[in-house]
Design a protein around this ligand. Structure first.
Ligand code: ADP
Length: 447
């Protein structure tokens, strides 16, 4: 069994992982940049190591510093969390090379799914439907134009190494195509160091639906149902629900079986999320995330399964503690991402948190690293807290969410709380009438 885990992350996800470790009786080592010396994840860990200056490149992405910190502190495993090094296959490989356990899938599977073209090909080979598009990379503009014509406009130009909603451009017509192509290429080269592009049919009104899976090293695979993450700004999720209102229990069961069979065939180990777009009652695979996701908590509250605990146990070589027939869904859950951002312009907001008051009561869970007086540095992701609410049904869940949002006080910085409050009062949200373009349509271009 693993005795000591180094958590190669910060903020709410580092705290979430620390809590799972403590529940399992595992010692914890936090790493931090100089900007995070007083951060909550450092305060809660048994030990901490400073791994560099504020810039992520020199601290949370600094592989030699992080592996050295694990070796010096006597950790036997590294949990990468999400973002940062969590989907870096070289890091996963190096962790194992140093005799440490990487809490995640095999490096080969991370590399395979990190390349979105390879991921789509793999999904198709395993029998999962994919969004129609180019059969692999598009190598030059001339070929791309011809292909776009064949696919039919509007077309989405995507980066093979993309993530976080970046490196994506829509071309509505042939006239728009070459400028969009060049822009996507430039952005992909800068953001991901890889300008390889591919094309997809741009779906007009899809919902984003994703399945949570967990697999152990013994070939056991289960799914924990789906999440609907359609409410997004700039292709990034800000509000997630479980289960989705649009899948019937039969569809869930049938599709869930297809997915677990595919994952079994892949011999994948660990937690993962298969992301799909859902349109006209059909699901189309877009990508797989080989790590724990921000929105895992809504799955936890409707299934009662501690996903991070299972992730650690599976990495430590244990069999899954439950089978598919043990998975039951209770009521409805919604998560609001509380980002430190202006709720109208989405401009990030740094500063010192004041008058912090966290909501509570039945069905309310807050995952955060916040405390009164804590600093929100300008160097990192703007997600500072997750408000997760569960109730017997969706209507009660929305009422509970509204109550919790009204109780939540975070002064000193801008947050998305006012936007989430508006969403809880919106008639289309209440009736479930939304797709991935909802926020943009509702509140205008800024989103
Ligand atoms: P990333 O890894 O950058 O998050 P994804 O491929 O997961 O990129 O897509 C992010 C979001 O972009 C999706 O949730 C969806 O809103 C939108 N999107 C992706 N592919 C398509 C498509 N073919 N048609 C319409 N929207 C899409």
């Amino acid at each position: 069994m693993i005795k000591k885990i180094l958590i190669a992350n910060r903020g709410e996800i580092a705290v979430r992982i620390l809590r799972a470790c403590k529940d399992l009786g595992i010692q914890t080592v936090a790493v931090h940049s100089t900007a995070d010396a007083d951060a909550m994840h450092v305060r809660l860990a048994d030990e901490s190591v400073c791994v560099g200056p504020p810039s992520p490149r020199e601290s949370y992405l600094n592989i030699p510093s992080i592996i050295s910190a694990a070796c010096i502190s006597g950790a036997d495993a590294i949990h990468p969390g999400l973002g940062f090094l969590s989907e870096n296959s070289t890091f996963a490989y190096m962790v194992e090379e140093h005799g440490l356990t990487f809490i995640g899938p095999k490096a080969d599977h991370i590399a395979m799914m990190g390349d979105k073209i390879m991921a789509k090909k793999t999904a198709a080979r395993l029998g999962l439907p994919t969004v129609p598009g180019s059969d692999g990379a598009v190598t030059n503009l001339e070929k791309a134009v011809k292909l776009a014509e064949k696919i039919g406009y509007p077309v989405l130009i995507k980066a093979a190494g993309g993530g976080g909603g970046r490196g994506m451009r829509v071309a509505k017509t042939k006239e728009e195509f070459s400028a969009a192509y060049e822009e996507a290429k430039r952005e992909a080269a800068i953001a991901f160091g890889n300008d390889c592009l591919y094309l997809e049919k741009y779906l007009a009104n899809p919902r984003h639906i994703e399945f949570q899976i967990i697999a152990d090293a013994f070939g056991n695979v289960i799914h924990l149902g789906e999440r609907d993450c359609s409410i997004q700004r700039r292709n990034q999720k800000i509000w997630e629900e479980a289960l989705s209102m649009v899948l019937s229990p039969e569809e869930r069961k049938d599709f869930g079986q297809k997915i677990t069979k595919a994952i079994e065939e892949l011999k994948y180990k660990g937690v993962g999320t298969l992301e799909f777009l859902y349109e006209n009652e059909k699901l189309y695979f877009i990508e797989m995330n080989t790590r724990i996701q921000v929105e895992h908590a809504i799955t936890e509250v409707i299934t009662g399964v501690d996903v991070v605990r299972e992730q650690i146990l599976v990495a430590a070589g244990n069999e899954l503690s439950l089978s598919q027939s043990d998975v039951q869904f209770r009521g409805h859950a919604i998560e609001c991402r509380i980002n430190a951002e202006n709720p109208e312009t989405f401009v990030p907001s740094a500063g010192v948190v004041q008058n912090y008051h966290c909501p509570g009561g039945p069905g309310v869970r807050v995952d955060s690293a916040l405390y009164d007086g804590c600093k929100i540095p300008p160097y990192y992701d703007s997600l500072i807290a997750k408000l997760i609410v569960q109730a017997n049904n969706r209507e009660q869940c929305l009422a509970r969410l509204r109550r919790a949002l009204r109780e939540y006080v975070i002064d000193g910085i801008d947050t998305l709380i006012p936007l989430h409050l508006k969403l809880t009062e919106d008639a289309d949200v209440a009736s479930g009438n939304f797709d991935i373009h909802f926020l943009e349509r509702k509140f205008g271009e800024a989103r």
